[in-house]
Each structure stands twice: as C-alpha cells, then as structure tokens.
Design a protein around this ligand. Structure first.
Ligand SMILES: Nc1nc2c(ncn2[C@@H]2O[C@H](COP(=O)(O)OP(=O)(O)OP(=O)(O)O)[C@@H](O)[C@H]2O)c(=O)[nH]1
Ligand SMILES: [Mg+2]
Length: 304
C-alpha cells in the first residue's frame, strides 16, 4: 500500500522511473471494477461514494477512491471536504483514497488519474471509484476509462434536466437520483424514464437508482446495479469491444502529449510553436499550412 501511494505520487510528479514501474504492472491490471461517479457540483457524489465504500467493505471488498477536484489547483476546497467526509475510512487498510487536482491541459488530468487507476488496480483493489464533476471536456476521459459510469442527478432540476439529458444519456450506464428525500423525485424519475423510453431500442440499457446517500438509502441497490453492469460486460462481446476502445483512447491521449513534446523538441522549444501561432494570428500563414510545415519538419527529423 505504501509502495502504491509512493508510485502514484511519483507519477504525479512525472518521475521517469515511475513510468518504468507502470510498464511492469500493466499485465497485472484489468481485474478491478473501475466505476466513474460523475454529476453536477453538490449532487452528492462524495456522499454516494462514501456510502459505497461502507457497503463494499461490509462485503469484504477492498476499495480505491480517486477524487478529482475540478476547479483549480489552488482551491483545494472540494478535496479537503472529501478528505474530512471520508476520514472515517482512513484507518481501514482495505480503503485507499487519493485526491488529485485537475491540471487541465495536455491531458494532465486524465493522465495522472488513469495512471492512479492502473496502480490501484495492480495493487489488487476490488473496486476503484473515480469521482469527477460535470459532464464535459476532461471528465469524458474518465468516463471512457471507467467500466461503469454512474451519473448523479438530483430531483427538481426541471429544465436543467432537459439541457443535460443528451449529455448524460451518452455516458451514463446507471443514473442515480440522489437526494430522493427531496421534493420532485417522482417527476424527475418520470422525466428520465420517458427520455430512456424515447431512445432507440438498440441503444444499451440504462438503469435508474434512487438514493438518499446521507442516510445510506438505496446504496446497496446501487452497488448491486453497478456490479451487474460489470457482469454483463464480462459475459458479452461488448465488454471486449469497450476494453479495446478504452485502450485506444489511452493511446490517443498519450500520443497527443508525446507528439506535442516531439513537436516542441523539433521546433527547439514551445517558443517555436508560439512563433507559428503569431504568424497564424497575423495572417501570414493559415493554420493548416502551419501544421503541414510542422509535421513535415517532424517527419524530416524522424527520417534523418
Ligand atoms: N437531503 C440530502 N442531502 C444530501 C444527500 N446526499 C448528499 N447530500 C448533501 O449534499 C451536499 C453535497 O454533497 P457532496 O457529497 O459533497 O456532493 P458532491 O457532488 O460530492 O459535491 P462536489 O464534490 O463539491 O461537487 C452535502 O451537504 C450533503 O450532505 C441526500 O441524499 N439528501
Ligand atoms: Mg465531492
């Protein structure tokens, strides 16, 4: 466990030796059930995660948690809150919690989070829960990384639900209506069911679970729904297809970062890229031609 913690820290700091360890553990990954828990700020994601930890521990399952602070590397507020909330699990050796700040550009967020998932997986943890805010940009990386994605919504969103529904339908395997102790649950559930019914039949099924996370209500049902989703994946061809998709997303992410590094190396520094950007902005060259030139320089260097 200590080694795992150190490795995740080293990966965060991009220490080259840590990458070597990652290469070695790759064959030992793929066993843990990776569950993404996403949703709007304050929807109750952390409370749901906390409830799930307790439930899994009661089943003698070990749990890893990765909480990603979406806002800024400086706020740390959400991270602190999550730490305090989950503190009661801190002395439990079957629970491994890691918070990380979203670092934004160049796939920084997805890279360290995905690496951390791999480490926790190789550590032999049964379930890895990844909490991320929102349904957008960087979070989609997490969604494509998880086996099962739970989207937490709250009752009474009304029009807001209409606005986000397209997004959540794309990514959700399980819809969690949390704060089911609040008014408007029936309406929200009916709304969501209608949306699900309107989807074409060949689309995968999405389960709806209602929870009152603060009172651990519905958590057992949620955990069971999550694990049956995993079972379906494992017993069907779609699981293999999804695994290949995840690997491809990972390759593309790493390639983007690596190729940009190579480009910057070829242009002698990122200032070279900025020089191109200046020419583009001053209309001396169009962006397509600039990219053609950069790639030509890159390939020229690769073949020379
Ligand atoms: N009434 C009610 N309140 C809840 C429920 N679940 C969570 N809350 C409260 O909602 C607030 C936000 O919960 P969190 O678990 O921190 O929500 P979150 O989605 O993790 O929030 P961020 O990480 O900041 O985006 C807290 O005050 C919780 O106590 C619930 O089922 N019912
Ligand atoms: Mg939270």
């Amino acid at each position: 466990v200590a080694a795992g913690a150190r490795l995740i820290r080293d990966l965060d700091d991009q220490i080259p030796e840590a990458i070597e360890v990652l290469k070695e553990i790759h064959p030992h990954t793929g066993r843990a059930h990776v569950v993404g828990v996403t949703g709007n700020p304050g929807a109750g994601k952390s409370t749901v995660v906390d409830g799930l930890i307790t439930w899994y521990r009661a089943q003698q399952k070990s749990v890893g948690v990765i909480a990603i602070d979406p806002t800024s590397p400086f706020s740390g507020g959400a991270i602190l809150g999550d730490r305090i909330r989950m503190q009661r699990h801190a002395t439990d050796t079957g629970v491994f919690i890691r918070s990380m700040a979203a670092r934004g550009h160049l796939g920084g967020l997805s890279r360290s989070a995905v690496d951390a998932i791999a480490v926790m997986d190789a550590m032999g943890l049964d379930v890895v829960l990844v909490e991320t805010v929102g349904v957008g940009q960087g979070e989609v990386d997490i969604v494509t990384t998880a086996h099962t994605t739970a989207v937490v919504v709250v009752p009474g969103l009304g029009d807001e639900i209409q606005a986000i529904k397209a997004g959540i339908m794309e990514i959700a395997d399980v819809l969690v209506i949390n704060k089911a102790d609040r008014e408007g649950v029936e309406r929200t559930e009916a709304d969501l069911r209608l949306m699900l019914d309107l989807r074409s039949a060949e689309k995968r099924s999405i389960e709806i679970v209602k929870t009152v996370a603060t009172r651990s209500k519905g958590i057992a049902e949620l955990a069971e729904t999550l694990s049956s989703h995993r079972e379906v994946l494992e017993n069907h061809h779609v699981g293999k297809v999804k695994a290949i998709e995840r690997a491809e997303v990972r390759l593309v992410e790493l390639l983007k970062v690596r190729l940009l590094e190579e480009v910057c190396g070829t242009l002698e520094c990122s200032g070279g890229l900025t020089a191109y950007a200046q020419e583009v902005s001053e209309k001396r060259v169009d962006p397509y031609t600039a990219v053609d030139e950069i790639v030509a320089r890159l390939c020229g260097r690769a073949t020379s």
